[in-house]
Design a protein around this ligand. Sequence first.
Ligand SMILES: [Fe+2]
Ligand SMILES: [Fe+2]
Length: 197
Amino acid sequence: MVTISSMLTINQPHIPDFTNPLGLLVHCHERIEAQLSALERTAEILSAGDTRSLPPAFAIVDRACAHFATPGVKHTEDEDVSLFPRLRERGGTAGQDALAAMTELESQHRTAEQLHAEFDELVGRLPRDGSADAKGLERFNELVTELTTLYRPHILLENNLVFPVAARVLPASEIQALGEEMRARRKDILQRLDVSR
Ligand SMILES: [Fe+2]
Ligand SMILES: [Fe+2]
């Protein structure tokens, strides 16, 4: 049967779907990394002060903010609500390292939320005509650095420790339930795609 989630991957053959939730989480990380790299590039552009480059640069910033505000939030919920509790409950001794890591990862999720709130607020008030003051641009650069410094090791820890442990210790029924919860979390997006077809 052709499902909406499988249709989402048409022409993108390597993207996992909800039947492979851990693979999908890794794919979400790749999308986050792409947004972080785009933000680093915009920080350079804004600092260079070329006013012709500002509209496309702010378009990229807006896209990144929108990504972190919706898909990014859902990704964090996938981990905090659907994956980590399952791993705590079913991981047993095999998941001890992962248990310690998850406490740190949850704390980093809260730090990321604070950074995104400040970043969104700053982006909302930065003038887009080249008249932004040095202090605002400096804070923009700092926040981009703080976000990338937080996310990159965080993603590595999840990809290289937590997800492999989950794949090893969680029974197939729990992996399937994880995928179903992730699908339900994106019901609004999937319905919108369905209506637009
Ligand atoms: Fe995470
Ligand atoms: Fe993650």
